[in-house]
Write a protein that binds this ligand. Structure first.
Ligand code: FMN
Length: 352
């Protein structure tokens, strides 16, 4: 049976308009990225992982402010931590910040996170994992969800035992990235495990891993019976992949469209992070936007070396002058204002 990628579905009482979820990615999924993802057809967008301890103590390195814009809903904010009460406090804060869903990270394989008992480490401690979910679910009115890996060790199937228990503890949906934590991002995501998890739980499952095209999205939905697919690396500097998956539109945009989207992204990032932080943060995006054979390689290298973002913009417009008009149109169409601002420190670690 073929699922329509444009068919709405729900997590608890939150309606999600399409079957595409834009993944949480540390160092990537800032508000500018999420808003763009919604514009290109993602039905649900996720923040990067936010440290519950960082929220609790407000003493971690601060990367900016947790900001939710009116046009990114529905939005899941992802938190990580291993202490049920700190997680519940963090969940209350992100609910106040405007999250429609609180997602919990049980998949991060990075040692900095797992050594604190959080991320993928929770998959090894089912009892604590369930206590975290139960406490968080009791603390907020919005649905709570969990994102997992298949397990810690290669070949592990821990997610199949843990998943149903997490649902019993209160998870309203599960996302599975069926690689082991040990695998990090090597090899392939084994979606036969996702199919097995779908069989075992009565809440929606989101399939994450190696979905980069419409063909792959449809194949994964068909193979697994999942409610939706999640796109991560395939959408980095490439919102057109989302449009192709949802609408069957050709993935290749014009040079003018690429430059216009990149300049808009640069401006939104500066607004969000400030010029100084944005300058370093954006460098990886130049390669993502301009790569894929879209622009010659030396052009990207030239941009990375420019000192100011004004120079980057000027150079981009010189390469595609028509982009100014595309950008004007884009900016006219964007909703303005309607932003909730909270003074919360967020931490960026990475991985899941
Ligand atoms: C740079 C990067 C950062 C990530 N950060 C997170 C994160 O903060 N939380 C999380 O649950 N997963 C995180 N992930 C995992 C992705 O959400 C996704 O599950 C994984 O990349 C597999 O999907 P893909 O093949 O579409 O990339 C991250 C992945 C990447 C590449």
């Amino acid at each position: 049976m073929r699922v329509s990628l444009q068919e709405p579905w729900s997590i608890g009482d939150v309606e999600v308009p399409t079957r595409i979820v834009l993944a949480p990615m540390a160092g990537v999924s800032i508000q500018a990225f999420r808003r763009q993802g919604r514009r290109f057809g993602a039905g649900l967008v996720c923040s990067e992982m936010v440290s519950a301890a960082g929220i609790e103590h407000r003493n971690e390195r601060t990367f900016g402010y947790l900001r939710v814009a009116g046009d990114e809903h529905p939005l899941a904010i992802q938190i990580f931590g291993a202490d049920p009460h700190a997680m519940a406090d963090a969940a209350r804060m992100v609910e106040t910040a405007g999250a429609d869903i609180v997602d919990m990270n049980f998949g991060c394989p990075v040692r900095k996170v797992t050594k604190t008992g959080a991320g993928a480490h929770l998959m090894e401690d089912a009892e604590l994992a369930c206590r975290v979910v139960d406490t968080v679910a009791a603390a907020v009115a919005v649905p709570v969800t969990v994102k997992m890996r298949r397990g810690v060790a290669n070949g592990s199937q821990t997610c199949l035992e843990l998943g149903p228990r997490l649902v019993e503890a209160g998870a309203a949906a599960l996302t599975l990235h069926p690689r082991s934590a040990q695998q990090m991002y090597t090899g392939e995501a084994d979606h036969s495990v996702t199919a097995e998890l779908v069989e075992r739980v009565d809440v929606p499952v989101i399939a994450s891993g190696d979905v980069t095209s419409r063909e792959k999205a449809l194949a994964v939905l068909e193979q697994t019976g999942a409610a939706a697919v999640m796109v991560a690396r395939g959408a980095q500097g490439n919102p057109w992949a989302l449009r192709e998956i949802v609408d069957a539109e050709p993935p290749e945009p014009s040079r003018e469209e690429i430059v216009a989207e990149l300049v808009l992204f640069i401006r939104e990032t500066v607004r969000e992070l400030g010029e100084r932080r944005a300058t370093g943060f954006l460098k990886k995006f130049y390669g993502w936007y301009l790569g894929r054979g879209r622009f010659p390689r030396p052009f990207k290298q030239e941009l990375v070396q420019l000192e100011t973002l004004d120079e980057v913009e000027t150079r981009l417009f010189a390469a595609a002058p028509g982009a100014r008009f595309v950008l004007e149109r884009l900016q006219d169409e964007l909703p303005q204002g309607d932003e909730v601002l909270l003074d919360l420190p967020i931490s960026i670690y990475g991985g899941g």
